[in-house]
Design a protein around this ligand. Structure first.
Ligand code: ATP
Ligand code: MG
Length: 440
C-alpha cells in the first residue's frame, strides 16, 4: 500500500509568519539544496506552529554539513557566525541595532538568530553522560530526541517545501495532548528529560503518558538523577522557573517526589506555592513598570520555598549560588519577622536595605499586586532621596556618621510630612547634632 501523502504545512507557515520569515526558510532550503544537502526546521518550532502559538526560535537541521551551510548563509546575509565544531552546530546572529532597511536587505528581518545543526546520531557511553555524536539522517536525528511532540521536522528543500516529517507519531500526540518518550532508556540516557517532560506537560496542560510516567518514576527510584551534575540540574530548574506559571511544574515535581531528591531544602506546600505565584505576579508587575531594571527572577521565585536560614544556606551551597544570592534569602527571612510599618519612612528603613527581589517577594507575602501602599513603595518611596545633600550638612559642621543619620531624617520628613528642602535641612541638622552630642 502506498504511504499516505505527508502533511504539507506551507499554508500554515504563510498564515502564521510574516513574509520575511518564510523567505528566510525558503532561502535556507534553497542554498542547502544547491550545496547538495537537505535542510529542515525542527523541534519546538514545528511543535509550536502546530499548536497555533508560533515562535521565532528556529532550529535548522541539515543532512550534510550544517557548519558549511551556516558559513555560506552568514556570508550571504552578513550575519555573525559562532561555530561549535564538537557538536556540528553553528549559530547565525544579526545585529539588530542596524537600520531596518539594512536588516531587510540582509534577510534578518525580525529574526535575531538562527541555529543550524548537522543531523546526527547520539550514543550515550554511560547513563547521564554527555553523548558521543556522529552525522546521520534526519530520521536518526529525530529519533534521538526527547519526546514525540519535539521530534518533528518541516522539510525546507525546494522540491518538498513545507512537508511534515513525523516518524514517531508526534502530530497525533500533540492532538491528544500527550508527552511520550521515544524509547525505554530515554530517562536513563538523559535524566534531564524528566524535568523537560514535566515542563512541557504543565506548560501545555498535557498529560505525561502512563508508560513514560512509569519510566520517570523508575529512573527516580534507581537514583539516575544523582548522576547528573549540579549544573545541569540547576539549568533545568531555572528553565522551569522561567515558565509563565512556574508553580505548576514545581507542584508536579514535588508530587512526583523529584524535588525532594534534587533539593530537599525546598518546602513545597499549598501556601508556599501560592506565595510563589504572587511573587511571580509582583515580578511581572515590576518588570512592566521598570523594564530597564534587571531582576534575578529565578532566585526570587525560589525564596518562598526556603523556610529557614538552614534551608537557604544548604540550598545556596548545593547549587553554588553566589554570596549575594545567599544573603538575599537570609535578609528576606529577617525582614519577614517585622510587621508592615505605618509610615513611609518606616517602609524605607524596612525594605530599602533588601535586594529588590527580596522586597518584591516580601510584597507578595503581605499583599496583592494592586495594593496601593505597596505599589507606591516600589514606584516612589524606594527611589526617593532628600532634597538636601551631605554637603549641606557639612557646611553646618556636621561630620562622619551623623551625616547619613541627618539625611535619613530629612528623607523621613519629606516622605511622611511632605516637608520642603528648608524644613528637611532643619530636621536633619537637629537630628545630626543630637547624634554628635551623644557621641561626645
Ligand atoms: P522550549 O520552548 O522549551 O525552548 P524547545 O523544543 O525549543 O522548547 P529546546 O531545549 O530549545 O526546546 O531544544 C530544542 C529541541 O532539541 C527540542 O525540541 C528537542 O527536540 C531537542 N532536545 C532538547 N533537549 C533535549 C534532550 N535533553 N534530549 C533529547 N532531545 C532534546
Ligand atoms: Mg528552544
Amino acid at each position: 500500500m502506498p504511504s499516505p501523502k505527508p502533511l504539507n504545512l506551507t499554508d500554515e507557515l504563510q498564515r502564521k509568519f510574516p513574509a520575511e520569515v518564510l523567505s528566510v526558510l525558503q532561502e535556507v532550503g534553497k542554498v542547502a539544496s544547491q550545496m547538495g544537502m537537505t535542510a529542515y526546521a525542527v523541534g519546538g518550532f514545528v511543535r509550536d506552529l502546530l499548536l497555533g502559538t508560533p515562535t521565532l526560535d528556529i532550529d535548522i537541521v541539515v543532512e550534510g554539513n550544517g557548519i558549511s551551510l551556516a558559513q555560506k548563509l552568514a556570508q550571504m546575509w552578513q550575519a555573525d557566525l559562532t561555530v561549535h565544531e564538537r557538536f556540528f552546530t553553528a549559530t547565525l546572529q544579526w545585529r539588530l541595532k542596524e537600520p531596518v532597511s539594512t536588516i531587510a536587505s540582509t534577510n534578518a528581518c525580525i529574526l535575531s538568530r538562527l541555529d543550524i545543526a548537522t543531523a546526527r546520531k547520539e550514543r550515550y557511553p554511560s547513563p547521564a553522560a554527555l553523548p558521543e555524536v556522529e552525522p546521520a539522517s534526519i530520521l536518526d536525528d529525530l529519533w534521538r530526541r526527547d519526546f514525540t511532540i519535539n521530534a518533528m521536522a518541516i522539510c525546507l528543500d525546494p522540491t518538498r517545501f513545507g512537508e511534515l516529517v513525523d516518524p514517531t507519531g508526534g502530530f497525533g500526540d500533540l492532538r491528544r495532548g500527550i508527552i511520550r518518550v521515544l524509547h525505554e532508556r530515554s530517562f536513563v540516557d538523559d535524566p534531564t528529560r524528566i524535568f523537560r517532560a514535566v515542563r512541557y506537560e504543565q506548560r501545555f496542560n498535557f498529560k505525561i503518558e502512563p508508560k513514560t510516567l512509569q519510566l520517570i518514576c523508575q529512573a527516580r527510584d534507581e537514583s539516575f538523577l544523582a548522576k547528573l551534575s549540579r549544573d545541569r540540574i540547576k539549568h533545568e530548574l531555572w528553565r522551569i522557573l522561567q515558565e509563565r506559571d512556574p508553580t505548576k511544574p514545581m507542584r508536579r515535581l514535588s508530587k512526583l517526589r523529584i524535588l525532594s531528591v534534587i533539593a530537599p531544602e525546598l518546602c513545597v506546600t499549598k501556601e508556599r506555592l501560592e506565595w510563589m505565584r504572587k511573587a511571580n505576579e509582583w515580578l511581572n508587575w515590576f518588570a512592566e513598570k521598570f523594564p530597564e531594571k534587571p531582576l534575578e527572577r529565578e532566585r526570587a521565585l525560589l525564596l518562598p520555598l526556603l523556610p529557614t536560614y538552614e534551608a537557604v544556606n544548604s540550598f545556596s551551597q548545593r547549587y553554588q549560588l553566589g554570596e549575594s544570592e545567599r544573603e538575599c534569602g537570609l535578609a528576606l527571612l529577617k525582614a519577614l519577622r517585622r510587621r508592615t510599618p505605618k509610615r513611609p519612612s518606616g517602609w524605607v528603613r524596612w525594605l530599602n536595605p533588601l535586594p529588590l527581589e527580596a522586597a518584591l517577594v516580601l510584597a507578595a507575602k503581605r499583599s496583592s499586586p494592586n495594593d496601593p501602599a505597596w505599589q507606591r513603595y516600589f514606584l516612589e518611596w524606594r527611589w526617593a532621596r532628600p532634597d538636601i545633600t551631605g554637603e549641606d550638612l557639612k557646611a553646618h559642621g556636621i561630620t562622619g556618621r551623623a551625616i547619613s543619620i541627618g539625611l535619613q531624617a530629612a528623607l523621613a520628613v519629606k516622605l511622611d510630612e511632605g516637608a520642603d528642602a528648608h524644613r528637611q535641612l532643619e530636621v536633619a541638622l537637629r537630628r545630626a547634632q543630637q547624634c554628635q552630642t551623644s557621641r561626645r
